[in-house]
Design a protein around this ligand. Structure first.
Ligand SMILES: NC(=O)C1=CN([C@@H]2O[C@H](COP(=O)(O)OP(=O)(O)OC[C@H]3O[C@@H](n4cnc5c(N)ncnc54)[C@H](O)[C@@H]3O)[C@@H](O)[C@H]2O)C=CC1
Length: 407
């Protein structure tokens, strides 16, 4: 899960075609060459990094499985936005701030840069030359400087991490728990954002979780966690964590937040535990006293898996501007269900849930006429390389306008 800032558009929702800078052309050429052997590049990169700098090994988890593709994803995202300064800067600033919790220092960046260039030289043999190397050095210098500066600026007013005590643990289904935490210091965040979390049972393994409510006067934070197969952190949180356990939190991140400068309606898709930040957004709209229409499509495999439906229906009763549409797989998948209603052209759209749902949901909404710059989600890194401006299959193709059911 990554921050998803908006990209510049021409007003119709299509991305403005930009002339790629010479460095961006060279960097993307290298990335295209190494894409088929990305796994080997990543392994070689870490081997070089740890052989040359053994002291850095202890900053990484004992098992490197999930860590392995993160670097490449971050680089692909940075490379994709190389000519889009605001997007690149926001993304890297977030990354730089988030790296403070790992103990990353400015002095570590050159070692990473050298290992990166070493791995590229070895695997991008067809396209590598002096000019390409110079482009990569400039690119990495820019990337690392933005991260270093953001970390230094953040150090002046925020801790590198927070400790948070579990104050309640509510098992809603056999594999979904609502975990409420009390941070040891004030934890400022916005509704719709997420945190990174480390448990005492799996040191140095951090996972993302969205906040399930808007900031509360008592300062408590709640998260919805689903235990997924082989998910060490999620299984520990659902089946092992108890009140009194202390976790660590990284800084808040994410741009899936409500734009209070407009009064456009909201269209929200929450799949499974993806309902958590959607509920926070609804609370945020309510707290601002807005009367914007908000439609929430809440998808799950079965009725039993709609573990937060009671809360959502209670909110619907309280707020006349809110419509909640539960969707089980019997009724179809979430993006397809959204296509049966509308129109959505004037809405700000928010998607949260499994990657496949978000990917298909983005296509569906674009197909339904929602401009890309009004669609927000947390999967910037995952959707960037694959996303074009043309909706892929899954888009709403035929839609009857104004089919919203009355409640
Ligand atoms: N900010 C975010 O984006 C958040 C993301 N999540 C993620 O949401 C996921 C929740 O998992 P579960 O509860 O097991 O969800 P799930 O697998 O039970 O699916 C929930 C809904 O998404 C739909 N869906 C799933 N895959 C789809 C696909 N390929 N195409 C179209 N629709 C699809 C299903 O039909 C269902 O309505 C986790 O992966 C979690 O990491 C959770 C919280 C916040």
């Amino acid at each position: 899960m990554m921050d998803a800032p908006t990209t510049p558009k021409d007003g119709t929702g299509a991305r403005i075609p930009e002339e790629a800078s010479p460095d961006a052309v060279l960097v993307r050429r290298t990335l295209a060459e190494i894409a088929p052997v990305a796994d080997q590049v990543t392994s070689y990169f870490y081997a070089l990094l740890f052989v040359r700098n053994p002291e850095l090994r202890e900053m990484f988890p004992a098992a490197m499985d999930t860590q392995r593709d993160r670097l490449l994803k971050a680089l692909l995202t940075a490379a994709e936005h190389l000519d889009d300064a605001p997007v690149l800067t926001a993304y890297l600033e977030n990354l730089g701030k988030g790296h403070r919790k790992y103990g990353t220092k400015a002095a570590h960046y050159p070692a990473v840069g050298e290992a990166l260039i070493g791995a590229l030289v070895r695997y991008a043999t067809a396209s590598w030359d002096a000019e390409t190397e110079a482009a990569w050095v400039r690119t990495y210098t820019t990337i690392s400087q933005i991260m270093i500066d953001a970390a230094a600026e953040n150090e002046e007013h925020a801790p590198a991490w927070w400790q948070a005590e579990v104050v309640s643990h509510d098992l809603r289904t056999p594999d979904v728990a609502v975990v409420t935490l009390r941070p040891d210091q004030p934890y400022p965040f916005l509704a719709g954002q997420y945190t990174t979390l480390e448990t005492p049972w799996w040191p140095r393994i951090w996972r993302h979780y969205s906040f399930a409510s808007a900031p509360r006067p008592d300062g408590l934070l709640s998260l919805h966690v689903k235990a997924v197969p082989a998910g060490w952190v999620s299984n520990a949180l659902v089946h092992r964590a108890r009140p009194g356990d202390v976790l660590r939190l990284g800084p808040p991140a994410g741009s899936m937040t409500v734009d209070h400068s407009t009064d456009s309606g909201l269209l929200c898709l929450g799949g499974g535990t993806g309902i958590a930040p959607i509920r926070a957004l609804v609370e945020d709209v309510a707290e601002h006293g807005d009367r914007r229409p908000v439609d929430v499509f809440y998808g799950a495999r079965s009725g039993h898996d709609l573990y937060d439906i009671d809360t959502m229906l209670r909110l619907q009763k309280t707020f006349p501007w809110l419509s909640v549409h539960p969707v089980t797989e019997e009724q179809g998948r979430l993006p397809d269900a959204v296509c049966r209603y509308g129109p959505w052209e004037e809405r700000d759209a928010y998607l949260s849930g499994p990657l496949g749902m978000v990917r298909r949901g983005v296509d569906a909404l674009r197909g339904a006429g929602v401009p890309s710059d009004r669609i927000r989600h947390d999967f910037l890194a995952e959707l960037t390389p694959a996303s074009g401006d043309q909706p892929r299959s899954g888009a709403c193709m035929a839609r009857t306008p104004s089919m919203l059911p009355s409640r």
